[in-house]
Design a binder for this molecule. Structure first.
Ligand code: 13P
Length: 247
């Protein structure tokens, strides 16, 4: 199973930050067996591509993709556009897109259909809110998200799918889920994968939510964790590298 250390830079970085990041990051040994994917904001994709293209260990991902092919969709980026910027990956269904920009599971399903027919690997985010967790309905919520997102997809079996379990209460809070929770939820997700006949596809299960240098080794040691989707700890080159080095 492939291993992934994915940086979701969200809306944090300036070009100046990116310059110093790569000056530092590219001087390091990036040759372990884990794939590095950097997801900058879309306006910086070409810029990051130019800086990173000399290093084959680094791939580029978009933080989103439009469900539409082209047309009058102000502010959106199409599959074609992200491919032109050399993206091999695209995050879809991030909880910030869902909560702040009101994306639904149906939107995520449409985006997955677009990516399923392409050579861009989807990084599909799912996760429950604190309220849902406290009401004891985490599994039900995740199962419903899964079913809606994967509804009516004609799976491309040669394709890799990345699913990131990102409990919303753990994102940006400094409080990651504990290893028992991560293990049992990832096990549960594997069962759903089998139920919906996704088991012939190549699926990687990542964890995201307050991953940092201190907790990375412990979480990586959990069976069923194939890597990380990292927000704030990924915007510092040294910190991101130290996490990558734990793989
Ligand atoms: P943090 O690592 O900042 O908690 O963010 C996680 C995340 O949202 C990655 O997509």
């Amino acid at each position: 199973m492939s291993k992934y250390c994915i940086a979701n830079w969200k809306m944090y970085m300036s070009k100046k930050n990116i310059d110093s990041y790569f000056e530092n990051f590219l001087s390091k040994d990036l040759n372990n067996n884990c794939n590095i994917v950097i997801c900058p904001s879309s306006i910086h994709l070409d810029y990051v591509n130019k800086l990173s293209e000399s290093n084959k260990s680094i791939s580029l991902g978009s933080q989103n993709v439009s469900e539409y092919e082209n047309g009058a969709y102000t502010g959106e980026n199409s599959l074609q556009m992200i491919k032109e910027s050399n993206c091999d990956f695209a995050i879809i269904g991030h909880s910030e897109r869902r909560q702040i920009f009101h994306e639904s599971d149906i939107d995520v399903n449409n985006k997955l259909k677009v990516l399923n027919n392409s050579n861009v690997t989807p990084i599909i985010c799912i996760g429950e809110t604190l309220e849902e967790r406290e009401s004891g309905i985490t599994r039900e919520v995740l199962k419903n998200q899964f079913k809606r997102i994967f509804n009516d997809i004609n799976f491309n079996l040669s394709k890799e799918f990345i699913i990131a379990y990102e409990p919303i209460w753990a994102i940006g809070t400094g409080k990651s889920a504990d290893t028992e929770t991560i293990y049992s939820i990832h096990k549960f997700l594997k069962n759903i994968i089998n139920e919906i006949n996704l088991n012939n596809c190549n699926i990687c299960l990542l964890y995201g939510g307050s991953v940092n240098e201190e907790n990375a080794s412990e979480i990586l040691a959990v069976d069923e964790v194939d890597g990380f989707l990292i927000g704030s700890a990924s915007i510092d080159a040294d910190v991101f590298y130290n996490i990558y080095n734990k793989f």
